[in-house]
Design a protein around this ligand. Sequence first.
Ligand SMILES: Cc1ncc(COP(=O)(O)O)c(C=O)c1O
Length: 369
Amino acid sequence: MAADAAPFPYLRWARAHLDPHDESSLGLSGRRRPPAEDLPAGIRPPWPPDGPDAYTLWREAVAAHEGLPGPEWVHPSVGTSQGNFVAYVAFARGGKIAVETPAYESLPCMGKAIAAEVGTFTRVPERGWRLDPASLEEATQDGVDLLVLTDLHNPSGQRLADEDLDLLVQVAEAHDAVVLVDEVYRALDPLDRPTAVHRHPRILATNSLTKCYGLWDLRAGWVIGHPSLIEKLDEWEDLIVPSIPPAPMVDAATFLRTSARRHLEATRAEAARRTAQVDAWVQGRDDVHWTPPVGAFTGLLFLGRAGAPLDGDIVAARAWESEGIRVVPGSFFQVPPALRVSYLLEEAALDKALQGLGRALDAVSQDKD
Ligand SMILES: Cc1ncc(COP(=O)(O)O)c(C=O)c1O
């Protein structure tokens, strides 16, 4: 009856056998959906009333968007975050994970949350944020189940080199592991590179409409990869998020099919202008350096002059207290003498913010002298 290996056998069975439209079922555990006219005036039903189901629409839209062979390559998720989480649980619970550093903090933290051993491999700023192979070897020498990194890299905004991805795949093959590439910023890359999934069947990629398209509230996300990996995610879904609200998936599918490209082009053009603006500010100072992001609108600023780094926590606090400017301390990305800046602002607002940040830097330097 129930599939023994399923993470949540009852729900697996219920999905296959309990039909919400069955008028004589004694199996359904909730009440039937209220008719739309019984809902308060002005709100539409949270489920799409007719037509193909939302999961199918979303899987098909994502497969077409990413140039994949079919919807069986797509696992719908609640944003990138939940996609990452289901991949962690499916492939590395209680196992070993190797995560890039600097990293978006949730990537190592999720590993700890699922009782995995978390090692790190380094991305090296002096080498254009390429991977350090020695650190990868060290992090994986006792085995690994999941290798995790971002493309574009958060916090630096750099693209992942093909050679580095190939190196990760080699390591994954040696240890029968999976490579997870969080691609939530990839679409900003003007090179229009395809998803990493096309490169090897051991690669999974996660994404959403949150960052590059600003559709934060839809929480429409996806994990893509070879169907043999996607099947595992689908099983774990039963336990983690038994179903995703359908209406946002329907809206997100329409957006992907009709408007995503236009929005992206406008965002890329704006990001390029703002990156040049930040770069001009950086070049005008001797106490900040960075590698300008490739398309992204977030980057990592290293603080201080040669041999005299400044503490990002202190500068961030000063920028807020004296100037009312928010910046993210690099310590959240394991880089204390740095700040992560996200700068897709109006030109004048960005100028003002950078001037304020400059004054905060000057003040912290003066305090040190
Ligand atoms: C690398 C990375 N992945 C995922 C997320 C969260 O994405 P979502 O809102 O789609 O869950 C963020 C948010 O900052 C991020 O930087």
